[in-house]
Design a protein around this ligand. Structure first.
Ligand code: ATP
Length: 241
């Protein structure tokens, strides 16, 4: 596979909750080296798209390929082992465990436990604040610190693709900026990122390309810089007009 080739290919996936069709044929791609953002209003299907990729849900139609391998019906634990790791919406940390213990949980599927220390140190380099708080119970930290811990935990699996579901949710602007800066750094260090966001402006600032999801369909796609100046995007998602 070439260095700039696709790492993730989602092809015309359809997904349902009972009889409710959440995805009506979503196609998207993440290439090596990229930050790709998936933006859209509440209920557009962003989280459902991530759920079908990480295997928590299987699409009724369509295909998902990771590094060229079909993962459409692969179970979630195998998908993590293959190299897709997600920091979930709402963070979902273990609140009574310390920061270090939460990070350890992110590495639990890995066989090479001897690298645990190096990986923890790498997470602490991205997030010095987590090092200061390493013995603190995760549930007692601020929202921004918990978000850092959730991203750090996802990194502990040494992902080949990092998926982030609304990392800016509920955070103060200064934390949002910090977190996006670190996402850019993680990407520069070699990890492609699929970033789901309602905060379209911030997401399009850091992404290479973007997809705009509307009621289960991709309504627009293109280079992030183009989407940012697109009239429809500006009116609908950037609060202009
Ligand atoms: P949000 O930002 O609110 O998470 P989203 O773009 O991620 O929005 P999804 O959560 O993927 O949207 O939801 C897509 C559609 O599927 C919506 O119509 C939603 O109501 C529906 N849906 C999501 N989860 C469920 C569920 N567990 N049961 C039934 N319907 C669901």
């Amino acid at each position: 596979m070439s260095a700039a080739g696709p790492i993730l290919e989602v092809e015309a996936i359809q997904a349902f909750y009972g009889t409710i069709q959440a995805l009506k044929g979503v196609t998207l791609q993440v290439n090596q080296g990229e930050i790709v953002t998936l933006i859209g209003a509440n209920g557009a299907g962003k989280s459902t798209t991530l759920r079908t990729i990480n295997g928590l849900m299987h699409p009724k139609a369509g295909k998902i390929r990771f590094e060229g391998q079909d993962i459409t019906t692969t179970p979630p634990h195998q998908i993590v082992a293959m190299g897709i790791s997600q920091s979930p919406e709402g963070r979902k940390l273990f609140p009574r465990m310390s920061v270090t213990e939460n990070l350890e949980m992110g590495a639990f599927q890995r066989k090479d436990k001897e690298n645990f220390k190096d990986d923890t140190e790498r997470v602490f380099e991205y997030f010095p604040r987590l090092y200061e708080r390493r013995t603190q119970k995760a549930g007692t930290m601020s929202g921004g610190e918990q978000q850092m811990c959730a991203i750090g935990r996802a990194l502990m699996a040494r992902p080949k693709l990092l998926m982030l579901d609304e990392p800016s949710m509920g955070l103060a602007p200064v934390f949002i900026e910090k977190i996006f800066e670190i996402v850019v750094q993680i990407n520069k260090d070699g990890t492609p990122v699929l970033l789901v966001e309602q905060n379209a402006l911030m997401a399009l600032d850091v992404a290479n390309r973007g997809y705009v999801l509307e009621t289960g369909r991709v309504a627009l796609e293109g280079p992030a810089a183009e989407l940012k100046v697109n009239d429809r995007v500006r009116k609908t998602y950037l609060g202009e007009g």
